[in-house]
Design a protein around this ligand. Structure first.
Ligand code: ATP
Ligand code: MG
Length: 239
């Protein structure tokens, strides 16, 4: 895989609900290079979330394979997948998904607790990360005491705390105004530079797409084109 961190081949996903059969993915091929910011863009219903869920091992494809850094995750059992995800994949969703009863630092250290890291070590690592990311002044706040932009930055801190191979984001700016969306992209670039994280971002938002090194254009479950972020914004201004 060398400089590739993700390789997905010929992904097909068919949902069957009652008599209705939906082909959400129809032969998708995707690669991600180590440390890049990769966009997946397309209209509602084109298959973005389905694709992210399959790359992240939250869902299985009907057909096709996904490799994450030499591990074929499409071959893993449910139990193996749970372990693999915890160590190797960070998730960030549109609705921040922080646990309301926990403070910021407790939210960030949660994945480490699930991995069995000791209380002292995880508090130290979470605090260091919050400090490095300029969030330490919010460490003892509850999520409800933060702005939307701050909540999303905390969600990113939590996603990278285990040093994952990839971070998957599903419409991370969907609940942010354009100023906060711009700041979030600056933050993501800072995280990428500092920790070399690979981000794969499903989005409609031109503010996000512009900052992507590459963007795949998805239509009806198929990639129709691959462009750099700025070219994608120019060509598909109405995402
Ligand atoms: N669990 C499911 N059961 C049946 N059909 C589904 C399921 N999940 C998704 N689909 C269908 O698969 C297609 C792709 O959905 P998906 O959620 O991946 O699109 P999306 O690009 O993320 O859209 P959006 O921008 O609205 O989030 C849609 O037609 C959707 O109705
Ligand atoms: Mg979606």
């Amino acid at each position: 895989m060398d400089n590739l961190i993700v390789k997905a081949e010929n992904l097909v996903k068919i949902y069957q609900s009652g008599k209705v059969r939906v082909k959400a993915l129809d032969g998708v091929n995707l690669i991600a290079h180590r440390g890049e910011i990769l966009g997946i863009i397309g209209p509602s219903g084109s298959g973005k979330t389905t694709l992210l869920n399959i790359i992240g091992g939250l869902d299985k494809p009907t057909k096709g394979t996904v490799f994450i850094d030499n591990t074929e995750i499409t071959k893993l059992s449910e139990e193996e997948l749970v372990k693999f995800r915890l160590r190797n994949i960070g998730f960030v969703f549109q609705f921040f998904n922080l646990i309301p009863s926990l403070s910021v630092v407790e939210n960030v250290e949660l994945p480490l607790a699930l991995l069995g890291v000791s209380r002292i070590e995880r508090r130290e690592l979470a605090s260091t990360t919050l400090r490095e990311l300029g969030l330490i002044h919010r460490a003892n706040f509850k999520p409800s005491e933060l702005s939307g932009g701050e909540q999303q930055r905390v969600a990113i801190a939590r996603a990278i705390i285990t040093n994952p191979k990839i971070v998957l984001m599903d419409e991370p700016t969907g609940n942010l105004d354009s100023e906060n969306a711009k700041n979030l992209m600056k933050f993501i670039e800072k995280v990428q530079e500092k920790y070399g994280v690979t981000f794969i971002i499903a989005t409609h938002d031109p503010i996000v797409v512009r900052q992507c090194e590459r963007a795949y254009i998805l239509r009806d479950g198929r990639f129709i084109e691959e462009l750099n972020g700025q070219a994608a914004v120019n060509k598909y201004s109405k995402l």
